[in-house]
Ligand binder design. Structure first.
Ligand SMILES: *[C@@H]1O[C@H](CO)[C@@H](O)[C@H](O)[C@H]1NC(C)=O
Ligand SMILES: *[C@@H]1O[C@H](CO)[C@@H](O)[C@H](O)[C@H]1NC(C)=O
Ligand SMILES: *[C@@H]1O[C@H](CO)[C@@H](O)[C@H](O)[C@H]1NC(C)=O
Ligand SMILES: *[C@@H]1O[C@H](CO)[C@@H](O)[C@H](O)[C@H]1NC(C)=O
Ligand SMILES: *[C@@H]1O[C@H](CO)[C@@H](O)[C@H](O)[C@H]1NC(C)=O
Ligand SMILES: *[C@@H]1O[C@H](CO)[C@@H](O)[C@H](O)[C@H]1NC(C)=O
Ligand SMILES: *[C@@H]1O[C@H](CO)[C@@H](O)[C@H](O)[C@H]1NC(C)=O
Ligand SMILES: *[C@@H]1O[C@H](CO)[C@@H](O)[C@H](O)[C@H]1NC(C)=O
Ligand SMILES: *[C@@H]1O[C@H](CO)[C@@H](O)[C@H](O)[C@H]1NC(C)=O
Length: 339
């Protein structure tokens, strides 16, 4: 728009350098400035929460935040939950996020880290319940409830949440309605956090071990997907899956393809892409995440303990077989010790 205006101004000036035309140009500039001002004001006013006591205070605060963050505008929200009042935090903006991920990619751990932040509410795997993802209208109803802060779990920060979201697995309806969901994310200003695992062989072992434990219930007869002590981790990691080397390559390819497809489908949303391995090796990545979510920096902590540590050789029953199957393929790198 600025570019157009400038060339318009230049053309007018060059063609008819009279006082008359410069007056017209000035008037046009004035009208445009007024329209812009009114637009910015209306954007700010839309964000005012009518429940707040002092509107002057809010207008002042919004004046500043609109000025400083107007580029962020679609991503700042002032939800009005039906189930409680945001009380003293009603004037604080809330960001909406979704963690897009796959099973056994570190998202349970990642979510406990996020929820250790005093202003973050991540509601877990809400679409593991099939009824909530039966069709696009039940998906949207569920999303509306989450982003209106009317969804609760033990990690809910209620009135003082500055970022609210949940964890969405690719196989839980997300990939069934990509267009509708992208439209929703962009319309409601939802930011996506992709969390994937680089080493898909390690992920595959974790999938096999976890599905074995679902039946075997190694830890005193209870199935555990995540553990909080090194002893429990060691007990669980004693189980070494036998990997079907005939279907291994196609299993890895399929996981890789699904990840690429998710990135492509949701590419037009505001997003950040994270890898589990990078988060483990480099805690500064968590600062990037907090910046992306627009929340104050805090030290994030989790009590979860990693289950499969050390060389993969120790975690696969038919290691030689697997080593040979992947030798010379694009996936040979997964055989190396990566952390
Ligand atoms: C969508 O699914 C919900 C929950 O299963 C169901 O109650 C509703 O009738 C369905 N709506 C449509 C349009 O199919
Ligand atoms: C974070 O939470 C604290 C206490 O619950 C609150 O005082 C603070 O205003 C919140 N910060 C943001 C950015 O919402
Ligand atoms: C299993 O139960 C025993 C005794 O009840 C307890 O000492 C032990 O810590 C439990 N182990 C795990 C892995 O929960
Ligand atoms: C291994 O995978 C192949 C191909 O999918 C399948 O035909 C075969 O039955 C599998 N073997 C076992 C032991 O599951
Ligand atoms: C979306 O995908 C295209 C092609 O895959 C890529 O060139 C582009 O940079 C991506 N856009 C974003 C915002 O990531
Ligand atoms: C750790 O992550 C930060 C933020 O993304 C990055 O700037 C830095 O280079 C990373 N450090 C290493 C050793 O990779
Ligand atoms: C986070 O923890 C590190 C070391 O554990 C400490 O040096 C740093 O001051 C802490 N930062 C905050 C913001 O608490
Ligand atoms: C895996 O196989 C390669 C040869 O393909 C061999 O050099 C390497 O030692 C094997 N790795 C392990 C850990 O057995
Ligand atoms: C690994 O692959 C290379 C060629 O890519 C081959 O020369 C070598 O014999 C293979 N090693 C094993 C143990 O299969």
């Amino acid at each position: 728009m600025v570019g157009d205006l400038r060339s318009f101004y230049k053309d007018t000036f060059v063609l008819r350098p009279s006082k008359m035309s410069s007056l017209i140009v000035r008037m046009i500039m004035l009208v445009i400035a007024t329209v812009c001002g009114v637009y910015i004001c209306s954007v700010c006013l839309k964000q005012i929460n009518p429940q707040t006591k002092s509107s002057i205070e809010v207008i002042e605060r919004l004046g500043i935040s609109c000025e400083a963050n107007h580029l962020d505008y679609p991503y700042l929200h002032f939800p009005q939950p039906e189930t409680f009042s945001r009380a003293e935090c009603a004037g604080n903006p809330v960001r909406f996020f979704v963690i897009i991920t796959m099973q056994r990619s570190g998202s349970g751990w990642f979510e406990t880290l996020l929820n250790s932040h005093m202003n973050v509410t991540s509601n877990g795997e809400i679409f593991s319940n099939k009824e909530r993802r039966d069709n696009i209208s039940s998906i949207i109803r569920t999303l509306d409830k989450v982003y209106n802060l009317d969804w609760f779990n033990s990690a809910s920060k209620n009135e003082c949440s500055a970022a609210v979201g949940f964890k969405w697995m690719l196989n839980q309806g997300l990939m069934d309605y990509p267009e509708e969901i992208v439209e929703y994310f962009n319309r409601r200003g939802v930011s996506a956090v992709f969390l994937f695992r680089r080493n898909l062989l390690r992920r595959y072992i974790s999938v096999l071990a976890n599905s074995f434990d679902r039946y075997a219930k190694i830890l005193n007869g209870t199935h555990k997907s995540h553990v909080h002590s090194p002893e429990e981790a060691e007990t669980l990691s004693k189980y070494k899956p036998l990997i079907n080397s005939t279907s291994l390559l196609s299993a890895l390819k399929e996981a890789e393809f699904t990840m690429a497809q998710a990135l492509a489908n949701f590419n037009s949303t505001r997003h950040i892409t994270l890898y589990y391995e990078d988060l483990i090796k480099n805690h500064t990545k968590l600062v990037d995440v907090q910046d992306f979510l627009g929340i104050p920096h805090m030290n994030l902590t989790s009590r979860q303990v990693k289950i499969h540590k050390g060389h993969l050789r120790e975690h696969i029953k038919n290691w030689d077989d697997v080593n040979k199957t992947l030798n010379g393929t694009a996936y040979a790198k997964f055989l190396q010790l990566d952390y």
